[in-house]
Design a binder for this molecule. Structure first.
Ligand SMILES: [Fe+2]
Ligand SMILES: [Fe+2]
Length: 291
């Protein structure tokens, strides 16, 4: 298995946000569908080429074995220990090639998401989920390639659905040619439940593992599967889900628009909001978290 990657292979995107911009084109808000189609017709789009390259790398290297190695490494949580708010400051040190004038920092995306959830009167643990949901992106600061931090997630260890974005790139994934992993169920059994299924490695699973002892189950589903577009938007993995997953995915579906569409016209004021969120963090989480 290839373990050394060049800088170009590690960071095909100018910023992690480019993946989210691409999601917005793929899954536009209903009122923006016409506009998104228009933008899509704009063929001369260098950003889209970087997204393609990002998915080529993601689909090539996210194998069953790769996921097991990342789990064995990162789920030791032996890199850092810090309070949640320090983790946000840490996350904001993520500097990339994007234009700082147009890109929001990471904490602002988290606060926009959580504030939109709060404004709709949802329970406080749901608001907290909005605040935390992308905290796992600190993986990038531990030197991980972008395609092992963000990107649509998908089950590994069984056939890749053609409803995953850019399915043709799975041709280069060794698992697609390994008979242990390339059948409909692969290492799994029918409707075994997603708790028994390994997902491609990234910020979702990492955060879930960090939070699993502290947050209510719907919150954990939202954290763990928020990038699983092949299921929550495309319904391509019903055959691995059980009834409990289906019940819990109502929450994943409820969360997704807050993640994608909650760009407030005025950026949230992190300083003003901090006391409210510090109390909320203290209600559910220990004073420090291991990363
Ligand atoms: Fe995310
Ligand atoms: Fe997000």
């Amino acid at each position: 298995m290839k373990t050394e990657f060049t800088e170009k292979e590690k960071a095909p995107l100018a910023s992690l946000d480019v993946w989210e911009d691409d999601l917005l084109e793929r899954y536009p808000e209903p009122e923006n569908i016409a506009k998104a189609k228009d933008e899509f017709r704009n063929y001369d789009n260098p950003q889209r080429d970087t997204v393609r390259e990002f998915y080529r790398l993601n689909h090539t290297y996210q194998t069953y074995e790769f996921v097991q190695e990342k789990r064995a490494d990162f789920l030791k949580f032996d890199r850092k220990e810090m309070p949640i708010w320090d983790a946000f400051d840490f996350l904001n040190t993520l500097v990339d090639d994007s234009d700082p004038d147009i890109e929001l920092d990471q904490l602002q995306h988290l606060l926009q998401t959580s504030e939109a959830i709060r404004a709709d009167g949802h329970p406080d643990w749901f608001v907290l989920t909005g605040l935390l949901h992308d905290m796992g992106k600190v993986l990038c600061l531990f030197g991980e390639p972008q395609w092992a931090v963000v990107g649509d997630t998908f089950p590994v260890g069984c056939q890749h659905s053609d409803r995953i974005v850019y399915p043709e790139f799975f041709e280069a994934n060794p698992d697609a040619h390994d008979e242990r992993y390339n059948t409909k169920y692969g290492v799994y059994s029918p409707n075994c439940g997603l708790r028994n299924v390994h997902m491609s490695w990234g910020h979702d699973e990492y955060l879930y593992q960090m939070m699993k002892d502290y947050m209510p189950e719907p919150a954990l589903y939202m954290m763990r599967y928020h990038s699983f577009y092949a299921q929550h938007r495309e319904h391509a993995y019903e055959h691995l889900m059980d009834d409990h997953d289906r019940e819990m995915f109502k929450w994943v579906n409820l969360f997704n628009p807050y993640d994608l569409y909650s760009k407030a016209p005025v950026p949230p004021n992190a300083k003003e909001l901090k006391p409210y969120y510090e109390d909320l963090i203290a209600k559910y989480l220990p004073s420090t978290i291991k990363f």
